[in-house]
Design a protein around this ligand. Structure first.
Ligand SMILES: NC(=O)c1ccc[n+]([C@@H]2O[C@H](COP(=O)([O-])OP(=O)(O)OC[C@H]3O[C@@H](n4cnc5c(N)ncnc54)[C@H](O)[C@@H]3O)[C@@H](O)[C@H]2O)c1
Length: 276
């Protein structure tokens, strides 16, 4: 039987307090990793504490371990303090998950430069700082996973968020190219509609329209994203770098063709020559 094990590896996960980050931290602990879970709060958020408690079988300790550290990913000095603390523990960094992200739902003609800047600070600069500050602590075999979005593969309407996730793709590809010679891999996952606090307030219209564009016809779970992140952090993906993996139930793959397919599904068959 093959199982994915990360024993002896230290992985930093940003935005780990809730949602996908908490699920990623839990799965990594279950795989035996030492997880440095970081988020904005001074104390470990309740959702993360519950996720970690669930990583242990009753009466047994978890295969890996987790330490919580406060970190605002936009704060360069905070990243430096985190790196210094990791060094002081005598650890190297084997994995980094740039998961922290914020959304901003203004449309094209309403968005302000301040909105754009705020989203870029977290979603783009935050990931860049993580790579700049922690990659010196990494050796060959380390792996960085950036959390993009289906918004970064499409013209998703919240323009600041969408532009930030497209920018993150560019950052990821440059990092994969620049760090490859050191044996450090950099990949991106693009979640679709995942059930987290970020999407909990989605309107019924958004939910319905998004699911109509999703071939699997349902929202994804945080565990389904975490599984792909674990694969990308593990030696199973040792020749994968510069890759972008949608975890979106097929939402981005059809490029808008699904509504056409759905509309014609029950239509009578016509000769091929009638199709444009
Ligand atoms: N939920 C979805 O449907 C979805 C879809 C596509 C992409 N994503 C991306 O997945 C990632 C996780 O999203 P989620 O749905 O779990 O979001 P979430 O809002 O539930 O959790 C995000 C976490 O990031 C933290 N965070 C925010 N700003 C931070 C900062 N400056 N420094 C450190 N931590 C910060 C928050 O405190 C929170 O704990 C994000 O990058 C998001 O853009 C989510």
């Amino acid at each position: 039987m093959v199982s994915v094990q990360l024993q002896g590896r230290t992985v930093v996960v940003t935005g780990a307090g809730q949602g996908q980050g908490a699920a990623e931290a839990r799965l990594l602990v279950e795989a035996g990793a030492r997880v440095v879970a970081a988020d904005l709060g001074g104390a470990m958020p309740g959702e993360l504490a519950a996720a970690i408690a669930a990583a242990s079988a009753p009466g047994e300790s978890a295969p890996g371990e987790l330490v919580y550290r406060q970190l605002d990913v936009t704060d360069e000095a905070g990243w430096e303090r985190l790196a210094e603390w990791i060094r002081s523990q005598g650890w190297t960094v084997d994995g980094l998950v740039n998961n922290a992200g914020i959304t901003q739902r203004s449309r094209l003609l309403d968005v302000s430069i301040a909105d754009l800047q705020k989203v870029y600070d977290v979603n783009v600069a935050g990931a860049l700082l993580g790579i700049q500050v922690l990659s010196p602590l990494m050796g060959s075999g380390a792996s960085i996973v950036n959390v993009g979005s289906v918004a970064g593969l499409t013209a998703h309407y919240p323009v600041a968020y969408t532009a930030s996730k497209w920018a993150l793709r560019g950052l990821s590809q440059v990092a994969a190219m620049e760090l490859g010679p050191r044996g450090i891999r950099v990949n991106t996952v693009h979640p679709g509609f995942i059930g987290t606090p970020m999407t909990a307030g989605a309107t019924p219209q958004f939910r319905e329209a998004t699911l109509a564009e999703t071939p699997l016809g349902r929202t994804g779970s945080t565990e389904e994203v975490a599984g792909v992140v674990l694969f990308l952090l593990s030696p199973l993906s040792s020749y994968v770098t510069g890759a972008e993996i949608p975890v979106d139930g097929g939402q981005s793959g059809h490029g808008g063709a699904k509504s056409v397919s759905d509309a014609l599904r029950d239509a009578p068959f016509r000769e091929v020559s009638a199709v444009p």
